[in-house]
Design a protein around this ligand. Structure first.
Ligand code: PGA
Length: 251
């Protein structure tokens, strides 16, 4: 098995003003400065990207955005391009989070355009996939995921996919306190890795990092991380507090 360095990513969603974000980032930097077992990324809202970058620059904490728009520039009121993200210090970008799909009309097709724009710009895409509770109850989990990765990655070359990170986030586990069991997570992660092996290459399947997201907390992260195909976590609520998030980072 490849040596996949875990990635623990914090998604701050629509929380924190500029000063709150800066203070949390500064505190986190101090708490995780000796961590080597995992890469650490935080994704604050757009307004806090530059100040958070000032806090994390030169440390082992990297910066991600929560979204992007695929056009290079233009009359797209309210949107943010990859070069803007790069210039603000981002190395990563979360794409296709279920909240974006659910509340802002994102589709597998728009996710695909965003993933391609990210890799073209040299940003690491963290592409989110996951099934709803109804879909799981109807035994459609794998067919839903299959469609999400198939369309989400359509036209992406093996070379372009080299930096890809996939985050499996069952919608029913996000912000609900209901975590997938470690077995449920492992089953899906194995499925996704096999999908990459069948559609790209065994080498990419082996090196690809697949994160789990959905109510990850300090007390459940270790069991999830012990699964062979779980390579990190995408953490929402528990990433907002530097102490709590640093405990997750040090799982
Ligand atoms: P949660 O969110 O940890 O608050 O469940 C995870 C996410 O939406 O990325």
């Amino acid at each position: 098995m490849a040596d996949r360095k875990p990635l623990i990513a914090g998604n701050w969603k629509m929380y924190k003003t500029v000063s709150e974000a800066f203070e949390t980032a500064e505190k986190l930097v101090g708490l995780v400065k000796d961590v080597d077992q995992a890469e650490v990324m935080i994704a604050p809202p757009f307004t806090a990207l530059a100040p958070v970058f000032a806090a994390v620059q030169g440390t082992n904490v990297t910066l991600g955005a929560q979204n992007l728009y695929w056009e290079a520039e233009g009359a797209y009121t309210g949107e943010i391009s990859t070069s803007m993200l790069r210039s603000a210090g981002c190395t990563h970008v979360i794409i296709g989070h279920s909240e974006r799909r659910q509340y802002f009309g994102e589709t597998d097709e728009s996710v695909n355009k965003k993933v391609k724009a990210a890799v073209t710009a040299g940003l690491i895409p963290v592409m989110c996939v996951g099934e709803s509770e109804q879909e799981r109850d109807d035994n459609k989990t794998f067919s839903v995921l299959d469609k999400q990765v198939k369309i989400g990655l359509e036209g992406l070359s093996l070379e372009d996919a080299a930096t890809l990170v996939i985050a499996y986030e069952p919608i029913w586990a996000i912000g609900t306190g209901k975590t997938a069991t470690k077995e449920q997570a492992q089953d899906v992660h194995r499925y996704l890795r096999e999908w990459i092996g069948n559609n790209y290459s065994a080498a990419l399947a082996d090196s690809l990092r697949i994160l789990y997201g959905g109510s990850v907390k300090p007390d459940n992260v270790s069991a999830l991380m012990a699964q062979p195909d779980v390579d990190g976590a995408l953490v929402g609520g528990a990433s907002l507090d530097a102490d709590t998030f640093s405990q997750i980072v040090k799982f």
